[in-house]
Ligand binder design. Structure first.
Ligand code: URA
Length: 296
């Protein structure tokens, strides 16, 4: 099979660290390597050579990131469980579920998040992780929950997974300060990076709902199981939901793998690239100012 990719597609693949394997030209000498001798496809020179390292070297920046709001509530006691351990899930709601969220504007919403004590996760957080980026973005990225780095810095996706996300965004001409807004389903770090509990997702959901309503994105990229399940209210696996458009409150949703998963499952980066292309296809290329500009 011959791949027919244009320069833009090759550049996108390269940015995401995806290597292309293409047949050697027919005229290539048979004795140039073991793969040719065995009949296996040779490796393309166009293979995204520098891209694999771009995720690890690219600087993470906050762009127009809002600084986390000061919590109006007194400091929350630190957990007794040492950081790094995974204690039993804290499912207990400590306060009332958030109410009135749907009427808040950005400042009020950010304050409501930073003061939230609606589930036990508030006991273990250093700070809440609200969201970052362009508040009038076309693209909205929805992830799962803050990890250690995010909890330290107060910004989503700043660890290893975030570096890969930045590379993926770069591949479609975006960055976290420009035309994209990034938020998580859960605003507080689950201890030991355990999975969020359903009750925690439910308590936090109004915040994300309001963020989406305020941003009014043209496309949502739901990354990973928790984002997908929360936005689409489904238990279907990602593999079954990928490849077609879904809807959240009238906004088209593309389902894709979480960057942390992609770091462990490199071959699936190609599927994530296809998902990005599906999202990109929602923007008519004739519309001025909405063309992806692939970085060189
Ligand atoms: N994973 C997420 O889903 N969100 C983050 O902010 C960091 C890692």
């Amino acid at each position: 099979m011959t791949l027919s990719l244009d320069d833009r597609q090759r550049a996108m693949l390269a940015e995401m660290g995806i290597r292309l394997f293409e047949p050697l030209p027919a005229a290539a000498p048979a004795a140039t390597g073991t793969s040719a001798a065995s009949g296996a496809p040779g490796r393309s020179a166009a293979a995204a050579a520098s891209a694999a390292s771009s995720a690890s070297t690219q600087a993470v920046h906050s762009g127009a990131a809002p600084t986390p709001a000061i919590s109006p509530t007194p400091p929350i006691p630190r957990p007794s469980v040492p950081i790094g351990r995974s204690p039993a899930p804290a499912t207990l709601a400590l306060g009332p579920p958030p109410s009135g969220i749907e009427a808040l504007e950005w400042d009020g919403l950010e304050q409501a998040v930073s003061g939230c004590q609606a589930c036990g996760l508030c006991q273990g957080r250093r700070q809440t992780v609200f969201g970052v980026g362009d508040r009038q973005a076309d693209w909205m990225i929805v992830g799962e929950a803050p990890g250690e780095q995010e909890d330290l810095r107060g910004e989503p996706f700043v660890g290893n997974a975030g570096q890969l996300l930045d590379s993926m965004l770069k591949a479609v001409g975006l960055d976290r300060g420009h035309r994209v807004y990034i938020a998580n389903v859960i605003k507080c770090r689950p201890p030991g990076n355990r999975n969020p509990e359903p009750s925690e997702v439910a308590q936090c959901e109004p915040f994300l709902r309001r963020q989406i309503a305020l941003v009014q994105p043209r496309i949502i990229l739901a990354m990973g199981r928790f984002a997908v399940q929360s936005l689409l209210a489904t238990q279907e696996p990602i593999g079954k939901l990928r490849g077609r458009l879904h809807q959240y409150e009238g906004v088209p949703v593309v389902v894709t793998y979480h960057p942390a998963y992609l770091l462990r499952n490199l071959p699936d980066k190609a599927k994530a690239w296809a998902d990005l292309c599906l999202a990109l296809d929602q923007f008519p290329s004739t519309e001025p100012g909405r063309e992806p500009s692939i970085p060189t």
